[in-house]
Design a protein around this ligand. Sequence first.
Ligand code: PXP
Length: 243
Amino acid sequence: MIALGVNIDHVATLRQARRGVCPDIIAAAKICEMAGAHQITVHLRKDRRHIQDKDVHALKETLLVNMNLEMAAEDEIIGIAQSIQPYTVCLVPEKREEITTEGGLDVAGQVVRLTEVVQTMHAKGIRVSMFIDPEPGQVEASVKSGADAVELHTGAYANAIGAKADRELSRLWDCAEMVADTSMELHAGHGLTVRNLLPVARMPFLHEVNIGHDIMARALFIGLDAAVKEILGVLRDVEMAFD
Ligand code: PXP
């Protein structure tokens, strides 16, 4: 079955609105875990706008499932990842003024530097995923860097409608087929929802999706346990269709 990573950054965003302790992100992570999520994803941003260093430490201590740490390939955060040793780090571009991660990482434009980062992480037993736009050049560069996985940025697909959404979907599928010919795992994420997930989840050799905003938004109305299970239901439907 395709693995579900639940991104819990938005729980921390709500907590940071009051700089207090509620809502408790460990409680949120545990509900996701008990609902069947395969992984918890958090983004430790340089500006610490939501997830804090103490959260990453606490999650590492308490999670039973894997932790996927999204991060910029910058020295301070690399140092934190080396000491915490999450299961995977997902390298993302980061701009201070953006609301959320906007584009994919330009791996092709910095292969030498990112290859060093991959080696640094591998030396600590940490797997590396590159968050890239669905472009063949970025897939090729990710292979060169020695990354273990690529996470295809599904934001353009999620934001498009009609024929444009179909075009974005076929860009994703083309890259998925390229990734299938490499030793890298295929992941996908950004803007995925219970409504738009199915066509992406049908991509060949998809191993993992990371979903945050839609799960947390729906959790407000139907509860976190139900919101996670809804997504798992879509992934299970895909698995059954392949059986
Ligand atoms: N994957 C990556 C690399 C991301 O940066 C994000 C957003 O933090 C997500 C997945 C989840 O995106 P969304 O919150 O839109 O589901």
